[in-house]
Design a protein around this ligand. Structure first.
Ligand code: NAD
Ligand code: LMR
Length: 316
């Protein structure tokens, strides 16, 4: 049977994700939904008209959904659903300021996914993503491996880009990693950064590396401050689309994602940014690797920070 992916939310993040997924040309159908009348259908028509130019056959279908789940039949049979529905922050706001408003949206979306696409793998991007991922799992009641969040691929890409720009080397030569939360307790991992196989610490002084770490942690806010009206979507959509591709292709690729952690790194019972192997059932396994004592302490601190918030989301 042909592969099908749904993107919920046809804003900046959702529409760029849908276009990237369609251009991969590995799906029969990309469904794009939103609550705004006409917007998903208009965007789908526009994307389909790019098919002869970009040379892909995937069909994009745009659907407006109603407050009681009207229109959700369109997502039936989706292999993957990417949840982008929700407000973005504006300058001066933290992602956590979106908690209550986006929880209402994500809960409603997740309940409809459970009803209409009960076998789907769910990738959550709506912010605050660590908490919205936990909420989506609670609201769908899907196994925890089938619900995970997008943050680490994006944060790692930002770290990688800054390292490449600083050293004036191709991004391809840089390997970097970011774990932890998608917030103040993000854990960029310099000990896992190399350039052409050389440790980053051989190429840059500690103060410069720390500057890049801080910039990575503030990467989302840096874009928000420039855009003023919303948040980043080109790099974020590239991240979510790659994750969805790894799932449908059952690729086994290891990526940093917001996954359910159950004993790895001595941490249990929390959705947290860790490396994981992705496949048809979502998370195949969390991959534990060596961290320095400081990095491990940072990861544990992140776990406790998100655990406290995730405990509250069920009641939102
Ligand atoms: N995890 C990450 O790394 C990351 C990165 C960037 C953005 N984000 C988050 O992604 C979300 C979307 O960002 P954006 O830039 O696309 O915002 P946007 O405002 O452009 O789009 C959001 C869309 O969601 C729609 N929506 C609202 N309620 C809905 C519902 N119940 N069902 C379906 N659609 C609904 C809105 O109508 C709107 O079109 C935000 O919460 C943002 O913070 C996360
Ligand atoms: O920073 C934001 O609010 C959006 C997103 O989480 C990002 O990191 O770009």
């Amino acid at each position: 049977m042909g592969k099908k992916v749904t993107v919920v939310g046809a804003g900046f993040y959702g529409s760029t994700t849908a276009q990237r997924l369609a251009e991969y040309d590995i799906f029969d159908t990309v469904v794009l939904t939103d609550i705004i009348d006409g917007k998903p259908a208009g965007l789908a028509l526009d994307m389909n008209q790019s098919r002869p130019i970009e040379g892909f056959e995937t069909k994009v279908v745009g659907v407006t959904t109603g407050p009681n789940g009207e229109g959700y039949e369109a997502i039936e049979g989706s292999d993957v659903v990417v949840v982008t529905a929700g407000l973005p922050r504006k300058p001066g706001m933290s992602r956590m300021d979106l908690l209550e408003v986006n929880a209402k949206i994500v809960r409603q979306v997740a309940e409809n996914i459970a009803k209409y696409a009960p076998n789907a793998v769910v990738i959550v991007v709506s912010n605050p993503v660590d908490e919205m991922t936990a909420l989506a799992q609670i609201a769908t009641q899907f196994p925890k491996n089938r619900v995970f969040g997008q943050a680490g691929v994006l944060d790692t890409a930002r770290f990688t880009n800054s390292i490449a720009e600083t050293l004036g080397v191709p991004v391809k030569s840089v390997k970097a990693l970011t774990l932890g939360s998608h917030g103040d307790t993000m854990v960029p991992v310099p000990s896992r950064c190399t350039v052409d196989g050389k440790p980053l610490s051989d190429l840059l002084p500690a103060e410069k590396i720390e500057e890049l770490v801080v910039r990575t942690r503030n990467g989302g806010a840096e874009v928000v401050a420039l855009l003023k009206t919303g948040s980043a979507y080109y790099a974020p959509s590239a991240a979510a689309a790659r994750m969805a591709k790894a799932v449908v292709e059952d690729s086994g690729e290891v990526m940093p994602v917001c996954a359910w952690v159950d004993g790895e790194y001595g941490i249990s019972g929390v959705y947290l940014g860790v490396e994981a192997e992705l496949g048809a059932q979502g998370i195949k396994k969390v991959v534990e690797d060596k961290l320095t004592d400081t990095e491990l302490a940072g990861l544990k601190e992140a776990a406790e920070a998100v655990r406290a918030k995730q405990a509250d989301v069920a009641s939102l």
